[in-house]
Design a protein around this ligand. Structure first.
Ligand code: NAP
Length: 281
């Protein structure tokens, strides 16, 4: 098994695995966790055993249910896991951020999270108010680092400018071979400012492994065959080869988790990257 690779989180010296575990939809979407989701817990534990010691969740996922499943999965090794969760925009008022964080910590059964992210921009609550609360949480030791998600360049810049001492460590955004829209400006901005890009939906919600035939899919299949890898492994490897990018594929299938970890330990040739980028341009 290849050794996990790491990248520095934002401007910090903290190392984040390049491959983490997404949790959207893990354990379903029901309101209340009954402790019966052994499959979900086992899959997450397997991912951690395989070195993907980075879990991304959110208060929004399954109404907190996902955080409760994560709590069970990390219970015996909290300190070795880079744990990220998110606050929803309806909680972006100062006091609500603090309350939402307490509730997440309780569901996750931890004293702190490594990365606390604003899930997506609010259309009504000013960024500086929310960032003030986030910085307070850093000072209290309840969150180690501040992240944003689905933020544009302008919103990311405003978030950074609203902080007095802390920095925006990461922006979690959609990025895959099928959706390369961040390459127009956000990716370069984050690389220049040393803000880690956490690429979500890296398999385009399974469209990449399922995909079609011919055209760009044929190019992907040829690159995969030439490297002795699968479509998913190539798509994930292509992402983590980018400066400052890490990714969080989600899988509830044991075979998928095992397959995805095969995205590390090798590098796509430059001509393969070029062929893929032309085909998926
Ligand atoms: P994704 O990771 O691109 O795709 C997940 C789908 O791909 C699942 O159906 C999964 O199947 C399948 N899959 C995984 N590995 C596979 C493999 N090796 N071969 C074939 N199929 C495979 O999509 P996502 O869940 O949207 O994104 C990942 C994570 O990003 C989420 O879970 C969440 O943590 C985060 N996210 C964040 C936001 C945001 O707004 N910040 C938005 C979307 C997602 P099985 O589950 O059946 O194994």
């Amino acid at each position: 098994m290849a050794k996990m690779e790491f990248k520095e989180l934002g401007k910090t010296t903290v190392k984040v695995p390049v491959l983490g575990l997404g949790t959207w939809g893990i354990g379903g979407h029901s309101n209340r966790y009954t402790g019966a989701d052994t499959q979900a817990v086992q899959v997450l534990r397997l991912g951690l055993d395989l070195g993907m010691l980075f879990i991304d969740t959110a208060e929004f996922y399954g109404h907190g249910h996902s955080e409760e499943i994560v709590a069970e999965a990390i219970a015996e090794r909290r300190e070795s896991v880079f744990l990220a969760t998110k606050v929803s925009p309806e909680h972006f008022r100062y006091d609500d951020v603090l309350k939402a964080c307490e509730a997440s910590l309780k569901r996750l059964q931890v004293r702190y999270v490594d990365l606390y992210q604003l899930h997506w921009p609010s259309s009504s609550i000013p960024i500086p108010e929310t960032m003030k609360a986030m910085e307070h949480l850093v000072n209290q030791g309840k969150i180690r680092h501040i992240g944003v998600s689905n933020f544009s360049v302008r919103q990311t810049r405003e978030s950074q400018e609203s902080l007095s001492k802390a920095t925006v460590a990461a922006n979690q955004v959609e990025y895959s071979l099928l959706d390369r829209s961040i390459e127009t400006d956000l990716l370069k901005y984050c690389q220049k400012e040393r803000i880690t890009v956490i690429a979500y939906s890296p398999l385009a919600k399974s469209q990449i492994p399922k995909g079609g035939r011919g055209g760009k899919w044929q190019v992907l299949d040829e690159v995969a065959a030439g490297n002795g890898k699968t479509r998913s492994q190539v798509a994930l490897n292509w992402l983590i080869a980018k400066e400052g990018v890490v990714t969080i594929p989600k899988a509830v299938s044991i075979d998928h988790v095992k397959e995805n970890v095969g995205a590390i330990g090798w590098t796509l040739r430059r001509e393969d990257q070029k062929d893929l980028e032309e085909a998926f341009g």
